[in-house]
Design a binder for this molecule. Structure first.
Ligand code: ITT
Length: 195
């Protein structure tokens, strides 16, 4: 497999995934290059939504496709915002409003534990009966005020307690080394290699 469609409309995810795939000699092409419209994400699990997005992109391009469905799960909020992380504060989607809503929901809450979750699904063709699946998590805590300018989504609020930095304070390369997406992608590549 040389060419792989990355089934995302999120430029930040595309950048992180392309950076991870580059050394493997796989050409990652954005679904936007094929004018693939956004897929419906009606499911309650990350993995089902990732599968729906991968099949959708593969069907419309005729190529293998890799999709990512991810989000942040906050312990004290029973795992919310979870699969609706991108639209937590409603449409049109806004990282700033999502972060504000999260801070408001956590006001006065001492338990700040949270994790990012990433589900990756690779289909060789749209009706692939054996999709390659991998997941990854990244544990941290939610700060009370944002820190840093990089990243996207909830990164300015998510502190890696080992690094003592928010994700918005680290480079893409450093993020990929420890992130939910980096872990999931390395596991997926192992599975691909094993085939
Ligand atoms: P696609 O569906 O087109 O891939 P999306 O942004 O809508 O793009 P998701 O439905 O998977 O993707 O929602 C992921 C959301 O979870 C994302 O918009 C952020 O709010 C949050 N998120 C996931 N991974 C993140 C990360 O590495 N850093 C910050 N926020 C992240």
């Amino acid at each position: 497999m040389q060419k792989l469609v990355i089934a995302t409309g999120n430029a930040h995810k595309l950048h992180e995934i392309s950076t991870l795939l580059q050394p493997l000699g796989i050409e990652a092409v954005s679904q936007s290059a094929f004018n693939v419209p956004e897929a419906a994400e009606p499911h309650v699990t990350f993995i089902e939504n990732a599968l729906a997005k991968a099949r959708h992109a593969s069907r419309l391009t005729g190529l293998p496709a890799l999709a990512d469905d991810s989000g942040i799960c906050v312990h004290a909020l029973g795992g919310a915002p979870g699969v609706i992380s991108a639209i937590y504060a409603g449409e049109p989607r806004s990282d700033a409003r999502n972060n504000e809503k999260l801070l408001a929901a956590m006001q006065g809450i001492a338990d700040r534990l949270a994790h990012y979750h990433c589900a990756l699904v690779l289909v060789r063709h749209a009706d692939d009966p054996q999709p390659i699946i991998a997941e990854g998590q990244w544990h941290g805590v939610i700060l009370e005020t944002p820190r840093g300018e990089g990243g996207f989504g909830y990164d300015p609020l998510f502190l890696d307690t080992t690094l003592n930095q928010t994700v918005a304070e680290i480079s893409t390369e450093d993020k990929n080394r420890v992130s939910h997406r980096g872990k999931a992608l390395r596991a997926l590549v192992e599975r691909l290699r094993a085939e």
